[in-house]
Design a protein around this ligand. Sequence first.
Ligand code: PSU
Ligand code: MN
Length: 358
Amino acid sequence: TPDLVNCPSMSTSDAQLFLKFGESCNDDVGIGQVKLSADVSEALSHGRAVVALESTIISHGMPYPQNLETAKEVEAIVRENGAVPATVAILDGVPCVGLSAKELERLAIMGTKARKTARRDIAYVLATRANGATTVSATMIFASMVSALTFSLFVGIHVFVTGGIGGVHRHGENTMDISSDLTELGRTPIAVISAGVKSILDIPRTLEYLETQGVCVAAYQTDEFPAFFTETSGCKEQGVSAVTPAFNWGHNRFNHMIANMKLKLGTGILIAVPIPKEHSASGSLIESAIQKALNEARDKGITGNAETPFLLARVNELTGGASLSSSILYLDSKDIALVKNNALVGAKIAVCLAQMRE
Ligand code: PSU
Ligand code: MN
């Protein structure tokens, strides 16, 4: 099975496949190449389902060893549901799609020493042979590079599971702080399964921006975009369409994702999965703390760069620190439940797509 994929450009479908295995081969991996884990290369060569996972939530989301435990649990859920997990990270300047147990542990221990790597950071991290934890944008890039090299439309990495994506920040109309996750969704063809966008961000403007980028936005079994910690965001009329559960797809191949892939629109698709019912009570508590902190920030005239740190600290206080770790922009205990639920949904979608291979 191929362990290295040569990726000169995403549109090259006849790039060479190399045979290389194990962590020790990092030194042999040239710039412009992507290393696949043995599991992932094996799954791809048999046309089986693979689900990409990001790594910023490991490095920057939680402290060690909680981050390692969570990452392993999320990978296990993907496996239990019939797909192979491909956690993406850059190790010693090598983009890795799928991490071995050792590599995953290394990244978890490294924590915030790994650079948070979005699209703009990739070239630097590769050039300096550094370690990078990939955000949603960088994870999309490497996962879809692999898809571009596979032998059939439905084989590859077409599904990527995360907790929450970045969005337009509040006051983004002044600060221009808009996550590169959104522009990536406009240019890289992979479905991103998330719980939506946190309400610390500007959800309506995030949806506006996704429209500008031509991104199909779907919500799982609802036509209202979820607000991460709650099922509703009030954003109903902003082009959000309901997608049916994956188990229905076999009977009805007319759905958003398949249409997007078959037409080769080249854009990503965002599938937002509402918080599961059993978590909605505690989700509401966090959400009301966020709303309270937002109101306080407004009353105190705290805006711009000062706002996010204020919100993070205040929400932490309001929830007694119990439900939140360092940052509500990243993972906390509630997010973990959401990521796990997304992993389940994402794996099912990936399995369904793999069954459609020609
Ligand atoms: N939002 C969350 N959880 C996260 C992130 C954002 O609710 O873990 C992480 C993801 O890796 C995402 C990145 O891709 O932060 C976006 O960062 P920025 O806003 O700097 O683009
Ligand atoms: Mn930003």
